[in-house]
Design a protein around this ligand. Structure first.
Ligand code: ATP
Ligand code: MG
Length: 684
């Protein structure tokens, strides 16, 4: 494939073959760099040095942009933390003793100081193209206050947990902010989870209230959210946990398609309250609860890619500041820009990049209820054109699903408003990166490949669009305040070029404070392996230019004949084959090599596997990595098991490859039918 790039965009030369992509660096286009907050690597380095050498000064300046009802009492340390489990309990706090409120900051304070009351906060776009409406900052504040008052009238108070199980509608944002306003702790559960998964989280969070909706459309299908919630509440009861109220947003009657459905109200049970009824007579004013900087803001469960999901707890001031700064810097958000993140609000990406980060910056976001491919794969182009989107943020799995459609609709839609394109969630293979860069960005938009976790609160390794020359597949350099290190098996620091376990040496404001209700699990999971460091569980490589490449989860590493290979490396090689749309590599036992590679491959629509494709895939891996990596088996799959957030669950694939049938916790699996289809051929 030949690349057509503007000279200034490319310092790696023109017409490079795909195999050389990894060695190329793409300079930020001048149209972005000249106006960016951070315009050069020199500027970045100066700011970075300050952020890690004098974090108190760096974050102290950021804190000044926010409203604190009471400053920290004299003598309290700005930061206080211990990452060394041999020295005592793991802890981190920041600005402890100061009082603030996140909701007040992102709404009241922002409306006052930026004068943005009449600006659109959220453009809501339904699954069907003719369902859409918008809400301004002033309107959002009124809605939030009314719902906050309604929650208070039901007896919800500071510290109570409120589970949110909703589709992508404005009420999800309203509920989160209403909780923050009264000091309640929200826990958003992705609206695609089953009753069992929802019940598990309601019990784990000891939630008193659940806020849900009657239902939602996913494509042509209605997801009966209220029915699922009822079942979950029943399951809770059976396990001795009482949910006191179930608040229901009646969303479906607002949709044009509803007329065809002829449904009746689903508010029937003794716990049920109509959202609309309970806000009807509430005041538009709700005095915020001034909470401690370290009081909890939310609990969010991890995706469960590697095991039982962890209830990650984030607190108030540190998270607010980190969300605000990462959103602003990573996307170079400027007033007037329109931001679209395709992730569900039920993931950390949605919390930080659809709610707290944008609102803290007075931004306008598009909240899209549907799926990227509905009613057809051209939908993303339609949405970008309709709202004149400036920044888009999505996941490699979405990019790969769009890449399958070769005839790009780009030419038929005006998407020239785009400035920055973001990705997160999984390593992005160079082909997908390049497609994103060329086909969506027209080679004019920097790609920000942001590495982060539910635990980190915001991006930790990421390019800055006006400063960082990017390399396809590399998350590049640390964000402000993050000190990454690579460690070897024995915990020694790998200096310079090399590979190892990715850890962070210093605390940063957005980091989680504990696993809710299980501090021992927090210490075990993140701090036992390498005392003195936060352990991410991911592997990474540093190249000769200092760029960081995430190589995947350490648990998924492949050890073939004594050579450690990363899943990202092998899968990227397979994905270079033009017929392959998805790939996952896992180890199987081998009598001679110790471990060998078992590769699951999904081909592009309409293609069938044949001997020559298998041969070519083998050649790709051999050429890119070496003969030792030649796959032992290539397993043609119709689909791969993924978490509801779209990540490949390699731990399940490992079991399938080994012929096992006990898959462990599959509550976060998106589609069980994929499993059934995979098991059959594996047994042949
Ligand atoms: P669990 O912790 O329950 O197994 P999870 O790790 O998938 O689930 P998340 O917090 O949603 O839950 O995902 C974080 C992980 O996603 C990271 O640890 C990393 O493995 C992967 N990841 C996120 N962003 C990137 C990226 N840009 N490049 C590579 N990997 C990424
Ligand atoms: Mg994880």
């Amino acid at each position: 494939m030949a690349l057509k790039l503007n000279k200034e965009d490319n310092i790696g030369g023109q017409d490079n073959p795909v195999s050389r992509l990894r060695e190329m660096a793409f300079k930020p286009p001048k149209r972005i760099a000249n106006y960016a907050y951070v315009q050069s690597m020199d500027d970045y380095e100066a700011m970075y040095e300050l952020s890690v050498n004098d974090p108190e000064k760096f974050w102290g300046q950021i804190a000044e942009e926010f409203y604190f009802e009471r400053d920290q009492p004299e003598g309290e340390p700005f930061f206080h933390y211990n990452f060394d489990i041999t020295q005592g309990p793991i802890c981190f706090n920041m600005l402890k003793g100061a009082k603030t409120n996140v909701c007040y900051n992102v709404l009241d304070w922002n409306i006052q100081r930026r004068g943005i009351g009449k600006n659109i906060a959220i453009h809501w776009e339904g699954s069907e193209t003719d369902d859409h409406w918008s809400i301004t900052y002033d309107e959002l504040l009124v809605e939030v206050c009314r719902f906050a008052n309604a929650l208070k009238s039901l007896g919800v108070k500071k510290g109570d947990r409120v589970v949110v199980y909703m589709p992508m509608i404005a009420e999800i944002t309203i509920t989160m902010l209403a909780c923050a306003r009264i000091g309640a702790v929200h826990s958003v559960v992705f609206g695609g989870y089953s009753a069992e998964s929802l019940a598990g989280r309601l019990i784990d969070a000891k939630a008193v209230v659940v806020v849900t909706a009657d239902g939602a459309f996913r494509g042509d299908k209605v997801i009966p959210l209220k029915e699922i919630t009822d079942k979950a509440i029943q399951l809770c009861l059976e396990q001795g946990h009482n949910v006191e109220h179930s608040i229901v947003v009646e969303h479906l009657p607002r949709l044009k398609k509803y007329e065809l459905m002829g449904k009746k109200s689903c508010i029937q049970g003794p716990l049920d309250k109509s959202y609309h009824d309970i806000i009807a007579n509430q005041s538009d004013i709700c005095v915020p609860e001034w909470v401690d900087a370290e009081d909890p803001l939310f609990i969010l469960y991890t995706s469960g890619s590697t095991g039982k999901p962890k209830g990650v707890l984030h607190t108030t001031a540190g998270y607010m500041m980190y969300a605000a700064l990462t959103f602003k810097m990573v996307f170079d958000y400027k007033p007037g820009d329109v931001f679209w993140c395709t992730a569900d609000i039920g993931w950390i990406t949605g919390h930080t990049m659809m709610v707290y980060g944008p609102l803290a910056n007075g931004a306008t976001v598009v909240l899209y209820e549907g799926t990227p491919l509905y009613p057809s794969y051209t939908r993303p182009w339609t949405v970008i054109e309709k709202y004149k989107i400036s920044q888009i943020f999505t996941a490699p799995t979405v990019i790969r699903s769009l890449m399958k459609f070769r005839n790009s609709p780009m030419l038929r839609h005006d998407i020239s408003s785009l400035k920055v394109l973001g990705t997160a969630g999984e390593p992005i293979n160079p082909e997908a990166w390049l497609w994103y860069f060329q086909t969506l960005g027209g080679t004019k938009c920097p790609i920000v490949d942001t590495y982060w976790q539910t635990e980190t609160g915001g991006p930790c390794i990421t390019p800055l669009p006006g400063a960082t020359p990017t390399k396809p597949g590399s998350a590049t350099f640390p964000f402000f305040g993050i000190v990454p290190e690579l460690l070897d098996e024995d915990g020694h620091v790998v200096e310079g070029e090399g590979e190892g376990y990715l850890v962070f040496k210093q605390a940063w404001p957005g980091m989680m404070r504990t696993v809710y209700g299980d501090h021992a699990r927090f210490e075990e999971t993140y701090f036992r392996r390498f005392p003195g460091y936060y352990y991410t569980g991911d592997g990474a490589k540093r190249d000769s230019d200092g760029y960081i490449w995430i190589t995947g989860r350490v648990d998924d590493m492949l050890n073939v004949s004594g050579h450690l290979l990363s899943t990202a490396q092998v899968e990227a090689a397979i994905l270079e084959h033009k017929c392959v749309s998805e790939a996952a590599a896992v180890p199987i036992e081998h009598p001679v090599k110790g471990e060998a590679l078992y590769c699951f491959v999904v081909l592009n629509e309409g293609l069938e596997m044949n001997k020559s494709i298998i041969g070519e895939i083998n050649d790709k891996v051999r050429d890119k990595i070496g003969p030792i990596a030649t796959p032992e088996k290539i397993h043609l799959a119709q689909g791969l098991p993924k978490t509801r957030s779209g990540k490949i669950m390699r731990r399940i694939l490992r079991k399938i490859a080994a012929g096992e049938t006990d898959f462990g916790d599959i509550s976060t699996l998106a589609d069980e039918s994929v499993l059934a289809a995979l098991i059959k051929p594996a047994k042949q």
